[in-house]
Design a protein around this ligand. Sequence first.
Ligand code: NAI
Length: 385
Amino acid sequence: MAKLKWGMIGGGEGSQIGPAHRLGAGLDGAFEFAAGALDHRAEQGRAYGQRLGLDADRAYGDWREMLAGEAARDDRVDLVTVATPNATHFEITKAFLEAGFHVLCEKPMTMTVAEGEEIVRLSESSGRICAVNYGYSGYSLVRHMKAMVARGDLGGVRLVKAEFAHGHHADAADADNPRVRWRYDPAQAGVSAQFADCGIHALHMASFVIGQEATRLSADTVSCIASRVLEDDAMVNLRFDGGAVGRLWTSSVALGRQHGLTLQVFGEKGGLRWSQEHPNQLYWMPLNGRLEVIERGAGGLSPEADRTSRVTVGHAEGMPLAFANIYADLAEAIRAEKEDRAMDPAADLYPRASDGLRSMAAVFAVAESGKSDGAWVDARPPMYR
Ligand code: NAI
C-alpha cells in the first residue's frame, strides 16, 4: 500500500512537541514525511527540514509558501499537522482546509469560540478532516476505559474526576522570565492560562471516556503567584449531558507533580483510575469485588485497546505511541476516503474540530465563572446549545 504524504508546520529544532509528532506519524509506516515549514525563521526551518530528510523544494521557509507549493503539486501532502504557537492555529488551519487539505491541529484549536465554530463549519462543508491533537486520548488503556464505560461495565457514570496539575511554573523568582510570563499575559495568552493550556486536556479526556459533553460549569480560578494576571490554578465543577458530575483540578504551581494528567471514573457498578505518568496500568474496582490492575497488552481487553497496543505486555509504551494512535486513526480515515469505503469504526475515535470548539467554549466559561465568584455558566458553544 502506498504511503500517505504528511507535512508539518511548526515543530522546528528544539520545539517541545515537534519530535513526538514525527515519531507518532512515522511509527506505522503509513505516512512519509514529505513537506514542512518547521520554524518561524525561514532559513533555520529549511535547513532543519532537509536535515530531517525533506527534499530541498519541500523544506519551505514559511507556511504560505508551503500552501502554495503543495497546492500546485499532484503528489501534495495528504495531511498537514499544525504545531505552531496557539495564536497562529486558526489562520493556518483555516487556510489549509480551504485549500482542500486534511489537518491535524494542535490544541487549543483556536483562540475564540467564534473561530472554533468557523473551523467546524468549514470542516463540515469542505468534507476535509480537521482533527485536534488531544493526543492522550490515543493511549491504549484510555481507549479501553472508554470501551468499558460504553459497554456498561460501570453502569451509569456518577462522577468523573480529572486532574492536570504540574509544578513547572511554581518558582515565583522565575515568573518574570519571558518564556513563562507570556503565558499569564492576556494580551498574548487570551482569557485563560492554565485551564486553556492543560485543563482542556483533562476535560477532553473526561468527555472522551464517559461519552458525555459538559453542559454547565462553575470555576474557582486563582493566581497563586500574585504578579500573574491569568490563573495558574483552577478548580472546576461540571455537569455533563448524560447526568455525570465532574470535578476538574488544574495547576501549574503543584510542586512535585510532573505531568499530572489523571482520570478517575466512578459508576454504579465500579470505578476506574488511570494516570498518564503510568499509562500501562489501569485500576479497576468492581462493586463488592477486589481491586484489579489491568495491564496494557494483556489478553482479553477490548478491540479498541488491542488495536492501539503495539509492544507486548510488561514493556512500557508512552506518549509518542499515543500520538501514533491518533495518526493511525487518521491514516485509516484518509485511506477510507480515497478508497471510497467506510472506515474501521474502531479507528473512528480521533478528536475532532467539534472537540476543539467545545474546549474553547469551556475556556471562556471558566474565565467568566472565575471572574464572577464561581457562578454557574453554560459550558457549551452557541452552535451546540
Ligand atoms: P515551541 O515554542 O517549543 O515550538 C514552536 C515551534 O513552532 C518552533 O519550532 C517555532 O520556530 C515554530 N513556529 C512558530 N511560529 C511559526 C510559524 N508561523 N510557522 C512555522 N513555524 C513556526 O512550542 P511547543 O511547546 O512545541 O507548542 C506548539 C503547540 O503545541 C502549542 O499550540 C501547544 O499548545 C501545543 N502542545 C500540545 C501538546 C499536546 O499534548 N497535545 C503538548 C505540548 C504543546
